[in-house]
Design a protein around this ligand. Structure first.
Ligand code: FAD
Length: 503
């Protein structure tokens, strides 16, 4: 326990914020979380309308080991909070040209059969590839993911210098996968995980092949009642250990005196003092709105030059009919793979031939839709910062619904929609203060990963820290939970790179 109870303010109740609140509260700090919105969870909030319960953001529960370890670290058993189902198949992939679909599992035997049927001889390659991906996942967990970086030598240490060639840091995921598999469909299936990291496969460094182990070996899971149960469980643990979570409490400024933070000013005008402030809010917003320009570690030009992860065009659909063609997760891949990534990352425009993702949690969980109806979350990755009019969104909505009807076996879909909400770039800006309305934050290019990703400690303001997707290790629910552990290590001055065994 601490000798004197230090007070910590955390700005934002996203995964990073509430996970850090739980760790610090358990350690004995007095913790107050201030969240601008009326729910916890950050990008993982809920919409409840007409008997439908929509998870607003994340829908792929992956890396269950990370969540399990995190709850264990807090002295809790995650299974007392969540009932998890391993999805089988993990997802279904539809192809526009072939008019057929393929199911992928987290089961090596089933996938081997499928891979061989698509590309003879590829089952063996898949097994070898996944063995290597697993090895890299284990190295990453031990050496990179839970580590704080102080200098470039923390990245290029003895082990990475020895392993570096095999980790293929300088090679892109696109090249690694394309040299292993010849079939277009298999290449796309192995590459699409990079989009979850907010990066085009050609820009994702080889270290991210660990994502294929995450997908194909560790599996895709679902907590009963939906993803929101996860942040709810973390917040419950944080509150159990004494953290206070204040909703509808937007923060206006981080107060700094003599180069040390002394607390925050809320939009309401209230001043709250603290020994330590941690921001889980979008890092650009933290540095350029909550702080004075002169106290920010990264200039406006730095941010303008960053490669942002995509934003998203999302539709939450309540549909008065169930569609047998869908599984819990279904994907429709673009035929023009390279040019559609260009339209998302390099020369922003609405993709002419988009890829889409449809989540139908009502396939697994009847509690998220009225009986006999379907809860659909439809997502199309689009460029951050993309401009549009309300008319464009309606037009695009029709384009996407047409694609679903034509290529995903959902004939008559449009006639059965009884609830529809569109969510896009400007909503991310408004709801989360997200830079350029990115859905995810800084993309995981090599120049924006590990040592090169913004640090979780301010260089200019004492006792100011950062947590969440724009710091290390980066994007995704499990990864932001890990960011809480790395921020905790910073605050507690712990230099061990491995996951913590106790707090
Ligand atoms: C559409 C979508 C789909 C995704 N799919 C997946 C998936 O399937 N699986 C997965 O693992 N990950 C997924 N992700 C990524 C994952 O959701 C995020 O990486 C993660 O939730 C980010 O957490 P964070 O800690 O960075 O906080 P955020 O979620 O960014 O939360 C930050 C919080 O700070 C608050 N805030 C901002 N400014 C202020 C202020 N001035 N005062 C007070 N509060 C403020 C915001 O309101 C917000 O609640 C998805 C994300 C999106 C958007």
């Amino acid at each position: 326990m601490l000798h004197t109870k230090q007070k910590v303010i955390i700005i934002g109740a996203g995964f990073g914020g509430i996970s850090l609140a739980a760790l610090l509260a358990k350690k004995g700090f007095e913790v107050h979380v201030y969240e601008k919105n009326n729910q916890i969870g950050g990008r993982a909030r809920l919409i409840q309308e007409n008997g439908y319960v929509f998870d607003m953001g994340p829908s792929w529960y992956m890396m269950p080991d990370v969540f399990e370890d995190f709850f264990n670290l807090l002295g809790e058993d995650i299974h007392e909070y969540l009932h998890l189902t391993r999805l089988s198949p993990s997802y279904r992939v539809f192809l526009k040209s072939e008019g057929q679909h393929y199911d992928f599992y987290s089961d090596r035997e089933k996938n081997a059969e499928l891979f061989d049927s698509i590309e003879p001889g590829s089952a063996k390659k898949l097994n070898e590839y996944l063995d290597e991906s697993k090895r890299q996942y284990d190295i990453a967990k031990k050496e990179f993911m839970y580590k704080n970086y102080n200098s470039i030598f923390d990245f290029f240490n003895k082990r990475t210098m020895q392993e570096g060639r095999k980790l293929e840091i300088w090679n892109s995921m696109e090249r690694i996968i394309n040299r292993t598999f010849r079939s277009e469909i298999l290449r796309k299936v192995m590459q699409f995980q990079m989009v979850l990291l907010g990066t085009a496969p050609k820009d994702a460094p080889g270290i991210y092949r660990l994502m294929n182990h995450v997908d194909f070996d560790l599996g895709v899971w679902y907590p009963d009642k939906g993803i929101y149960e996860l942040p709810k469980a973390i917040a419950t643990v944080a509150e159990k250990y004494g953290a206070h979570i204040h909703l509808n409490a937007p923060v206006k400024k981080i107060i700094v005196k003599d180069k040390k933070t002394t607390g925050i000013e809320l939009e309401s005008g209230e001043i709250v003092e603290a020994d330590i402030v941690v921001s889980n809010a979008d890092l650009h917003h933290t540095e350029h709105v909550l702080l004075d320009e002169s106290l920010s570690d990264h200039s406006k030009t730095y941010w303008e030059k960053r490669k942002m992860a995509p934003s998203a065009f999302i539709m939450y659909l309540g549909v008065g009919k169930q569609f047998d063609s869908l599984t819990h997760h279904s994907l429709l891949f673009s035929e023009h793979w390279d040019s559609h990534f260009k339209e998302i990352f390099d020369s922003p425009e609405f993709p002419k031939d988009p890829s889409l993702y449809v989540c139908a949690p009502s396939k697994t969980d009847p509690s998220v839709a009225p009986a006999g109806k379907e809860n659909l979350f439809v997502l199309v990755p689009i460029a951050s910062g993309l401009e549009y009019s309300p008319e464009k969104l309606e037009e695009w909505s029709n384009t996407v619904l047409d694609l679903m009807e034509k290529h995903m076996g959902m004939d008559g879909l449009k006639n059965h929609i009884e609830y529809k909400k569109i969510y896009c770039v400007k909503d991310f800006e408004k709801d989360y203060n997200s830079y350029k309305g990115s859905a995810l934050g800084l993309a995981h290019t090599l120049g924006q990963s590990a040592f090169w990703r913004p640090n979780n400690i301010s260089k200019k303001v004492k006792d100011l820290y950062f947590v969440g997707a724009n710091t290390n290790p980066g994007i995704g629910m499990p990864i932001c939970v890990i960011s809480a552990e790395t921020a905790y290590k910073r605050i507690m001055n712990i230099s061990d790179p491995e996951p913590l065994k106790e707090i």
